[in-house]
Design a protein around this ligand. Structure first.
Ligand SMILES: *[C@@H]1O[C@H](CO)[C@@H](O)[C@H](O)[C@H]1NC(C)=O
Ligand SMILES: *[C@@H]1O[C@H](CO)[C@@H](O)[C@H](O)[C@H]1NC(C)=O
Ligand SMILES: *[C@@H]1O[C@H](CO)[C@@H](O)[C@H](O)[C@H]1NC(C)=O
Ligand SMILES: *[C@@H]1O[C@H](CO)[C@@H](O)[C@H](O)[C@H]1NC(C)=O
Length: 184
């Protein structure tokens, strides 16, 4: 699903967002960009097919619902938890939106597919909770592998951190890795 959203937002970014935000209203896209529905449907269909091929669920994506008439980077930043957030913080954040611990665990399962960037994990490798030391709970061989991929003061934008041991398969490996101290 992360891939789907990435494609979708890449597409939206290619439109003139400022102009859209000023004039967005029902049917705005279909009137201004007659091809828009076709393109979005096509992109979503391909992404869903990829998801299904990797063992993931399939569902019909309903198009045409307006979530918001504006977009706010600031609001989004306030809600999106940092990769450094601890469990207490995440449980509290979710509860503010009436989402349970079970919801939090289920949504975390979306990490079954995909890759992350080094800057999301270097604090755990080198400076957990400001201690100047790695997170002692990471399984040592797993940490060695990550140290090579994401060296101290290396390029934080390197993308190659598998979110679980089977990053292209939709399965429950993510949860197994967490239990075995080889996850995020
Ligand atoms: C969890 O994170 C919050 C917010 O950053 C912090 O106030 C709290 O002390 C942390 N709790 C633990 C157990 O580290
Ligand atoms: C959470 O649920 C309560 C009680 O049903 C409701 O009053 C509140 O508006 C809900 N909050 C959110 C963010 O949905
Ligand atoms: C580790 O984190 C602490 C607190 O955020 C910070 O003060 C310190 O400079 C960091 N150390 C390194 C080596 O980045
Ligand atoms: C990652 O790339 C972005 C965009 O090129 C840049 O602004 C940012 O400083 C880079 N971050 C790191 C940690 O290197």
């Amino acid at each position: 699903m992360a891939y789907t959203l990435f494609l979708f937002f890449s597409f939206i970014q290619s439109l003139d967002l400022a102009a859209m935000a000023a004039t967005l209203r029902p049917n705005f896209c279909s009137e201004s960009y007659p091809q828009v529905e076709f393109i979005v449907k096509d992109v979503m269909k391909k992404a869903m097919k990829k998801n299904q091929e990797s063992g993931g669920p399939i569902w019909e994506v309903k198009l045409g619902r307006l979530d918001s008439l504006t977009a706010s980077q600031e609001d989004s930043n306030q809600i999106m938890p940092s990769p450094r957030s601890n469990a207490t913080y995440l449980i509290d954040l979710f509860s503010r939106f009436n989402l349970s611990v079970q919801d939090l665990v289920a949504l975390s399962g979306s990490h079954s597919t995909g890759k992350g960037k080094c800057f999301s994990i270097v604090f755990r490798l080198y400076n957990q909770s400001g201690s100047g030391r790695p997170d002692p709970t990471i399984e040592p061989r797993f940490r060695e592998k990550l140290d090579k991929l994401c060296p101290l003061r290396g390029d934080g934008n390197v993308t190659g951190v598998d979110l679980d041991a089977t990053p292209e398969i939709f399965d429950n490996q993510y949860f197994k890795d967490i239990v075995n101290a080889r996850g995020f």
